[in-house]
Design a protein around this ligand. Structure first.
Ligand code: AR6
Length: 181
């Protein structure tokens, strides 16, 4: 586990499976339809059980746009809430991808604050099937979350839970860069 203190709050990175996290809220890397999918989305739906899809259908009949997030309960997960973030598909970097990715993280953090979550875990949104390239995606993620922790928030712990050594390395570098500024 690697961590950085930001305005008295902790920003951590670790390797693991986000479905097992015992934080208050975990983020999901979803798509606009919010009806499940592959990757971490599939893993979260499997672990949460069918109630998660039922709640999404009921509360978000039209899904949510790219760059935003939606919130549900955790159902069968250890976490109390799931923040369903929709990151951008990587289209070369000239289509507002960085802003949309930052927006997806920010929406999660705002929703987490609205419900009073104190600890939040994130996967590497957009960095799997959506193809967001490594160093840039990790940099946007770490900086956006750090910025939120510097502001008015009740969140005490934000943790990136990375599924592979490679992704973990990218986030470790991004965190080290931020810490050395
Ligand atoms: N815990 C933590 N991270 C995970 C887990 C897990 N259990 N499983 C995968 N990852 P992706 P995206 C990592 O593809 O790029 C879905 O179909 C994975 O290794 O899940 O935002 C959605 O429905 C990668 O580093 O999300 C959307 O249609 C990261 O999570 C689309 O894929 C994100 O990879 C979203 O694509």
């Amino acid at each position: 586990m690697t961590s950085l203190t930001v305005a008295g709050r902790r920003l951590e990175i670790t390797r693991g499976d986000i479905t097992r996290e015992t934080v208050d809220a975990i983020a999901n890397a979803a798509n606009e339809a919010l009806r499940g999918g592959a990757g971490v989305d599939g893993a979260i739906h499997r672990a949460a059980g069918p109630g998660l899809l039922g709640e999404l259908r009921e509360r978000y009949p039209h899904g949510t746009p790219t760059g935003t997030a939606a919130i549900t309960g955790g159902h069968g997960l250890p976490a109390r809430w799931v923040l369903h973030a929709v990151g951008p598909v990587w289209r070369g970097g000239g289509q507002g991808e960085a802003d949309l990715l930052a927006g997806a993280y920010r929406s999660c953090l705002r929703l987490a604050d609205e419900v009073g979550a104190r600890s939040v875990a994130f996967p590497a949104i957009s960095m799997g099937i959506y193809g967001y390239p490594g160093p840039e995606g990790a940099r946007v993620a770490v900086r956006t979350v750090a910025e939120h922790l510097r502001g008015a928030t009740a969140i005490e712990l934000a943790r990136f839970v990375l599924f592979s050594d490679e992704t973990h390395g990218l986030f470790a570098d991004a965190l080290a860069d931020l810490g050395s500024e």
